[in-house]
Design a protein around this ligand. Sequence first.
Ligand code: JHZ
Ligand code: ZN
Length: 424
Amino acid sequence: MNDSGFINDYMEKKHCRVCKSTALTTYLDLGKMPLVNSYVESANDNIPCNRYPLAINYCSECSMSQLSIVVDPSIMFKNYFYRSSISQTFVNHCAEYAENSARRFSFKDTDLIIDIASNDGACLREFKKQGVRVLGVDPAENLAKIAIESGVPTVAKFWNAETAGQIHTEYGKAKMITAMNVFAHVDDLDSFLAGINTLLDDDGVFAIECPYMFNFMTNTEFDTTYHEHLSYFLLKPIMHLVKQHDMEVFDVLTVNIHGGSLRVYVKKKSSKAWDICYQNIDKLLLMEEETGFHKTEKYIHFSVAVKKIRDDMIRLIKSIKAEGGKIAAYGASAKGNILSNYCGFGKLDIDYIIDDTPEKQGCLAPGHHIPIVAFDKLTKEPPEYLILLAWNFSRELMNKTIKYQKQGGKYIIPIPQVKVVPEE
Ligand code: JHZ
Ligand code: ZN
């Protein structure tokens, strides 16, 4: 058994992580896929990547969707290539979030704001501008180092009850704890929330931001299914979960980031500091119910829509190649690695993937080993078509490639349905 308590690389998850029921039904099965952040050094091109089953189960008791397995987190997160500050759209989103939080929750300069999975410090750099004390927590030692160098103190650990206890002794309680794009990555949510209870001020705010199941299903965002994303949340199971830990949701909103996310504000049940916005909560719960998300039938046809995107992508790429066209991609994103592997694309289909993350450049993408290159390759070897694998940042990527566009370059956007821009 290793540090994270795993005997093998992964274990099967046979009960719902929210309500513990075993009434689980598989509705999406993408087969065996590589880990999306396991970028490969070019010298290791001939070593095949490990692949693990990738399938989603639905819990008919509490409407939770979760992966059928849990891969050992120490394999996935200790050395992490994803840098949240590379996408300006995300940085702007964090700036707006920090300003809004400072106003809404009346921050004082002595207040401590903790960000869980703080990555390279992108979010906390914005909170720091509001004149508060900040502390990041992230298991990736390479990212913690970058964050610290940029002025964001960071503890390089996984968040759980034990880490929270240690931070409490050293730093005291937190006025606000943010968890952006990490709640879906955690298997033991009970230990995660026990840690929140330890470290959150009695009148503090715990804010979760995670991709929303409504958008996932409505826009067929199947490529955001990967081994790091253990859970696919609706509001209903989150409400159920926090209740078990003497906490309650006091507001919720949908935010336009990463293909559509949910932001959920949580407080301790005993706190009277924040009014409960029943209107926002009830509206979303009702919408989930009325659109069928609390019934198994809703999920049954999802895989048909997923296969259609795969078939359309394969057809389009093969027809371009048949006419001698050159194809590249932009954004060696986690989702892009799933989409390209699921479609079975390789180096003969996509010449290279551009990514502005210095750590990813020079590496090969997991699975198919398509090379990841810096932006200047687009000018040196322009393709006829550029697949926007980070389709959630299409606007930003198109703005950056105006010159390519003006010279007649086209884009392929795979989600929510495959389209060529400008239309042919
Ligand atoms: P991006 C991430 O997934 C990470 P990914 C994580 N797994 C998560 O939970 C979800 O988000 C929600 C590059 N890029 O953000 C940077 C440029 O090069 O869509 C990234 O490699 N230039 C924790 O990886 C990739 O594209 C640019 O101008 O699917 C974007 O990845 C921009 C805008 C992006 O998420
Ligand atoms: Zn459940």
